[in-house]
Design a binder for this molecule. Structure first.
Ligand code: PBG
Length: 330
């Protein structure tokens, strides 16, 4: 009689392990972020120092790079724009010929099959770097919720007009999924889904991104709109609100330090769940790998598999392009 569990039986050979493997990373799970810069210099290609291997790209350089990635099996991208000039209302964010709008048009022309997601937020376009309109009263600055909604809706519609397949609001204003959904429907874009950054924490892991997108807040922080990392029940309230407002995807962000939240959202809701492995998660792995402290490829793959295992259907990750290029994910 067997008296203890022999788990090793099914781990004996690679073929057996593969046969009983429960989760797998596939090319269609991964989304690559790009930072596109509005510049007259077609050769502009600036390394982001805090994110080794990532660049700010001119439209022309972006076209070259995505072309190569698509050949390597890239299925989806998310776009961030760096405008020529910023102002208090972030007008370049919803300009018809804004940099993201132009990048989307280019993508849909060149690669109709590529899933093009746009980040909908004001912070890359406002001079103060906040995700909404700022009102100052007696020296106290507040990010205004309701006045911002209209601008977010306008941004989303301008992305849809350019041909975006999915719009992804990341601002964390209350009611923005509803505002965007209504505006899209009114403009005739009933078929454009909203991928809501439903559960977005006020995370220190966004540090490198703010260099990449030049979107660091010029005063204060984002804690009055992004969530407190200490909270998990609040994630359910945020996600419930977005489901009621007709979001099509729910996103959790960051990913690695919030695997419990990904699992919770997966179990509680039946919408597709996306997770964003953010800049700081990427940079930490890259830094440790550069020092020879960890095997970078193995750790990158394991971190992504962990996110998948936690329940994410889709993962936004800066590792995407490289993993596909080197055939580490197929
Ligand atoms: C815009 C936005 C941010 C990220 C995605 N969209 C930055 C922020 O909220 O401060 C972060 C992505 C990353 O760190 O990789 N609001």
């Amino acid at each position: 009689m067997a008296e203890f569990f022999r788990g090793r039986r099914l781990r004996r050979t690679a073929a057996l392990r593969e046969m009983v493997r429960e989760n797998e990373l596939r090319a269609q799970d991964l989304i690559m972020p790009y930072f596109v810069v509005d510049t007259g210099d077609a050769t502009f290609r600036k390394p982001i120092s805090s994110m080794p291997g990532q660049f700010q790209l001119s439209l022309q350089e972006f076209e070259k790079q995505v072309g190569k990635a698509v050949k390597n099996g890239l299925r989806g991208i998310i776009l961030f724009g760096i405008p020529k000039k910023k102002d208090p209302a972030g007008t370049e964010g919803y300009a018809q010929d804004g940099i993201v709008q132009r990048a989307v048009r280019l993508c849909k022309q060149r690669w109709p099959e590529l899933v093009v997601i746009t980040d909908v937020c004001l912070c890359e376009y406002t001079d103060h770097g906040h995700c909404g309109l700022v009102r100052k009263e007696r020296g106290i600055a507040t990010v205004e919720n309701d006045a911002t909604l209209e601008l977010l809706a306008r941004t989303a519609v301008s992305h849809a007009e350019a041909g975006a397949d999915i719009v992804a609001p990341s601002d964390m204003m209350d009611g923005r999924v509803m505002a965007i959904r209504e505006a899209l429907d009114e403009a005739g874009f009933t078929e454009v889904p909203v991928m809501s950054y439903a559960v977005k924490y006020a995370s220190a892991f966004y540090g490198p991104f703010r260099e990449a997108a030049e979107s660091a807040p010029q005063f204060g922080d984002r804690k009055t709109y992004q969530m407190d990392p200490a909270n998990s029940r609040e994630a359910l309230r945020e996600a419930t609100a977005d489901v009621l407002e007709e979001a099509d995807f729910l996103m959790v962000k960051p990913a690695g330090p919030y695997l419990d939240i990904i699992r919770m959202v997966r179990d509680e809701f039946d919408l597709p769940v996306a997770a964003y492995q953010v800049s700081g998660e990427y940079s930490m792995i890259m830094a440790a790998a550069a020092n020879g402290w960890v095997n970078g490829d193995a750790v990158a793959l394991e971190s992504l598999l962990g996110i998948k295992r936690a329940g994410a259907d889709i993962i936004i990750s800066y590792f995407t392009e490289d993993l596909l290029e080197r055939g580490l994910v197929k």
